[in-house]
Design a protein around this ligand. Structure first.
Ligand SMILES: Cc1cc2nc3c(=O)[nH]c(=O)nc-3n(C[C@H](O)[C@H](O)[C@H](O)COP(=O)(O)OP(=O)(O)OC[C@H]3O[C@@H](n4cnc5c(N)ncnc54)[C@H](O)[C@@H]3O)c2cc1C
Length: 387
C-alpha cells in the first residue's frame, strides 16, 4: 500500500494532523494507523477538557489562542454531511492562585500573556474573595483570572476531527505500527501488526503516551514517557458559587461539571509506565484535603468516580516535541510530549505539522523552538508558571 503521509496514532493529535493536511493539500493521500477505534486507553477521552492561555512560553500561549478560537467555532467548521460536531465549549474562565512567594512569577506570566493580547485580570486576595466568596484566601498572594478560557468535551473534539478528516479523504487503518523500514536518509515504510506494509513520503508519530515506544521502532530516542494521572468526579458538601477552572501551585486543578466538579491533583513523581490501575483512596488522601482547605464548602465533598489516564510526559522539559527528526531520518515527524496539554494544543500543533509537510516551513505560527533539536542538545525549553 502507498500513501503520501502516514500518521501513526489516530487520537486527537493525529486526527488534527490529518484534518489540517487535507485542508492544506486537498486530495493528498493520508493514512492514519490507529489500532483502537473505541479509544479505550487514549488520553484524549480521559482528559478533563481544559483550555487556557495561562502559559509562559510564547508558543504555548499562541497555540492556546488558536486552539480556543478553533474550538469555539468547532461545531460549525467540523460538521460533516453525515454528522454534527459537538465540542460543548464552556467559556467558564481559568483562575491560577499562588502563595505570596510566587506572586512575582505570576505577575511576570500575566505581563507576557497580555503582551500576546490575552485578557488577564490580576486579583489581590481581597478581590479574589469578593469574586469567589467561598474561597479561603488567607494564605494567598494573588490570582490570575482569564475569563475567555474554559473547557470542552475532549471526546467530541476527537470524533469531530476524525469524522471531518475522513470526509476530506483520510483513510483510517485499524492496525498497529510494529516496525519501520528505512534507508540511510529516509523512512520508507511502516510494517503493521497484520503484516501489511505502508510506504509513504512522510511519517508522523502522534502516539501520545506511546510516542516514545513508537519512536524507538525507528531507532529514534524520544524522552516521552507514560505518566498515570487520576481524574475524579465529585460533589461539594455545601452550595458553592459558579467557579472557573481553578489551579493552584501544588497542581490541584478542578472545574465544574454538571451538578458537581471534575478534577484532580497531579503527582509528577508518579512512576512512569502503562498503568491504568485506579487508587480509590487517592481522592480522600490527596485531593480532598487540598480542595477542602481552599474551599471549606468541600469539607463534606463526596467522590463519585475516579478514573486514570496517561500524561505523555516529556522528561526533558514538559513541553511538546513538534517537527522533523532533523539529525536522523527527517521525513519522520514527531508531534507528542504535550505533558497534559495536548487536547488544547492539538489544533495548532496539527496545523503546524501539516504546514511543515506540505510547504516545508511554518506559515502561521513558528514552532521551531519546540523542535527535536533541543532534545539532542539536552537544552530544556520549559514553562515557568503553573503546569
Ligand atoms: C486525566 C487527564 C486529564 C487531562 N486534562 C487535559 C486538559 O484539561 N487539557 C488538555 O489540553 N489536555 C489534557 N490532558 C492531556 C491530553 O489528554 C493529551 O495531551 C492528548 O490527549 C494527547 O493526544 P494524543 O492524540 O497525542 O494521544 P492519545 O489521545 O493518547 O492518542 C494516541 C493514539 O495512539 C495510538 N497508538 C499507540 N500505539 C500505536 C501504534 N504502535 N501504532 C498506531 N497507533 C498507536 C493509541 O491507540 C491512541 O489512540 C489530560 C490527560 C489526562 C490523562
Amino acid at each position: 500500500m502507498k500513501a503520501d503521509v502516514v500518521i501513526i496514532g489516530g487520537g486527537i493529535v493525529g486526527s488534527s494532523v490529518a484534518y489540517f493536511l487535507l485542508k492544506e493539500a486537498p486530495g493528498l493521500p493520508v493514512h492514519v494507523v490507529e489500532p483502537d477505534p473505541t479509544y479505550e486507553f487514549a488520553s484524549a477521552v480521559r482528559a478533563s477538557g481544559g483550555c487556557r492561555v495561562q502559559f509562559t512560553c510564547d508558543e504555548n500561549i499562541e497555540m492556546s489562542k488558536f486552539g480556543i478560537a478553533f474550538i469555539r467555532d468547532f461545531d460549525r467548521t467540523m460538521a460533516t454531511q453525515a454528522s454534527a460536531a459537538h465540542a460543548d465549549w464552556v467559556e467558564g474562565g481559568y483562575l491560577f492562585i499562588v502563595p505570596p512567594a510566587q506572586l512575582a512569577g505570576l505577575e511576570r506570566s500575566v505581563r507576557k500573556q497580555r503582551a500576546h493580547g490575552c485578557v488577564v485580570e490580576l486579583l489581590t486576595p481581597a478581590e479574589l474573595k469578593a469574586k469567589f466568596p467561598s474561597m479561603n484566601v488567607s494564605d494567598l498572594g494573588g490570582g490570575a483570572y482569564t475569563p475567555h478560557d474554559g473547557w470542552c468535551d475532549p471526546h467530541g473534539l476527537l470524533w469531530g476531527f476524525r469524522r471531518k478528516a475522513v470526509e476530506l479523504g483520510a483513510v483510517y487503518v485499524e492496525d498497529r505500527v510494529e516496525a519501520a523500514e528505512a534507508d540511510a536518509t529516509k523512512v520508507r515504510s511502516v510494517v503493521l501488526a497484520s503484516g501489511q506494509r505502508i510506504e509513504a513520503d512522510a511519517f508522523v508519530n502522534a502516539c501520545g503516551a506511546w510516542a516514545g515506544a513508537v519512536a524507538a521502532k525507528f531507532g529514534m530516542q524520544l524522552p516521552v514517557a507514560p505518566m498515570r494521572r487520576f481524574e475524579h468526579y465529585f460533589t461539594a458538601g455545601a452550595p458553592v458559587e459558579a467557579l472557573p477552572y481553578v489551579k493552584d501551585a501544588a497542581r490541584l486543578a478542578f472545574r465544574s461539571e454538571g451538578k458537581g466538579f471534575s478534577g484532580g491533583l497531579v503527582d509528577g513523581a508518579e512512576p512512569r509506565g502503562f498503568n491504568f490501575d485506579v487508587d480509590h483512596g487517592y481522592f480522600e488522601r490527596v485531593v480532598w484535603p487540598a480542595v477542602a482547605e481552599r474551599f471549606p464548602a468541600f469539607e463534606a465533598a463526596k467522590c463519585h468516580r475516579t478514573w486514570s489516564g496517561l500524561y505523555e510526559q516529556n522528561e526533558l522539559d514538559g513541553n511538546p516535541v513538534i517537527g522533523p527528526w532533523t539529525n536522523g531520518l527527517p521525513n519522520l515527524h514527531t508531534v507528542a510530549g504535550f505533558s497534559g496539554h495536548g487536547m488544547m494544543h492539538a489544533p495548532a500543533a496539527g496545523r503546524g505539522i501539516a504546514e511543515l509537510i506540505v510547504h516545508g516551513q511554518y506559515r502561521t505560527l513558528d514552532l521551531a523552538r519546540l523542535g527535536y533539536e533541543r532534545i539532542v542538545a539536552g537544552k530544556p525549553y520549559a514553562e515557568e508558571g503553573i503546569l
